[in-house]
Design a protein. Structure first.
Length: 268
């Protein structure tokens, strides 16, 4: 079986989203972190209002966003109000979007939800966007989504089996840039890469030094264009594990703890 080895240049100076995708709410792997209870969803939203948490509202295919706050809920608590932005061009694009992805953080807990059809409105005389309250809110504790930047020495390699141009399969070996219990990111060249958004790889092997080897199914969730220090264009592909067994999630957590422990010892 042919093998291709992909090694990224560790010195990168620029990153450009191409495109950004936020798929946690649609992922089976994070389903148990979704809050669907009506009272719980509204409790979380009221907490954002009381704490005046800054919310990044992403729209469009290129990752553009509006930084805003949740102003309040309607009397029947079926509608949510977002503060109007200072840039009217951005406001117009938000209002024209069918779906918004809202991301924020409270007490080191990542919060994400989708809003449908946000439209211009007003709340107590203040210009605002109004949208239906989301059906679900994702809450991730830091330990559940923490990503470890892997060491450049004795790093992690991800081997992916892909179908070649003919009947033969090909193995692609790529350097892992970061990893968590939910997924990983690899560096790949833009020419002929099999890493495309939404593509699934059913036969992946990730070697975790001193821990063991994980066999996983992955789905590509995001692809970013990056330029290396030498100007060579590369892609950073973010991948999500699909139904990774708890035993293998534990292996990743042990690897993260070991690397963090080693790094802490070197800085003392």
């Amino acid at each position: 079986m042919p093998s291709t080895s992909i090694e990224p240049n560790p010195a990168m100076t620029h990153a450009e989203p191409h495109p950004l995708r936020f798929e946690l709410l649609k992922s089976d792997d994070y389903a148990h972190y979704l809050q669907r209870d009506r009272r719980e969803v509204r409790f979380i939203l009221r907490n954002l209002i009381e704490r005046r948490a800054m919310v990044s509202v992403f729209f469009g295919p290129t990752g553009d966003f509006l930084l805003t706050t949740v102003l309040g809920l309607s009397n029947d608590e079926n509608s949510l109000y977002l503060d109007w932005g200072a840039d009217e061009a951005i406001n117009a694009r938000v209002a024209a979007s069918d779906e918004l992805t809202c991301m924020t953080q409270l007490d080191r807990v990542k919060i994400q939800f989708h809003l449908q059809h946000a439209r211009p409105s007003a709340l107590e005389g203040t210009k605002a966007f109004v949208a239906p309250v989301p059906d679900a809110v994702l809450r991730l504790q830091r330990r559940e989504y923490y990503r470890l930047s892997t060491p450049s020495i004795h790093g992690v390699i991800c081997s992916v089996i892909v179908q070649g141009e003919g009947p033969e399969e090909m193995r692609v070996d790529a350097r892992v840039l970061d990893i968590s219990g939910g997924g990983l990111a690899v560096m790949v060249p833009p020419e002929g890469t099999p890493f495309e958004p939404d593509r699934e790889f059913h036969h992946c092997r990730i070697n975790l030094p001193e821990i063991g080897t994980i066999e996983a199914k992955m789905r590509v969730r995001s692809v970013f264009r990056i330029s290396a220090a030498n100007g060579k264009p590369m892609l950073r592909a973010g991948c999500q594990f699909v139904r990774l067994p708890d035993s293998q999630v534990s292996m990743i957590q042990r690897y993260i703890l070991r690397v963090e422990r080693d790094r802490n010892m070197r800085t003392r």
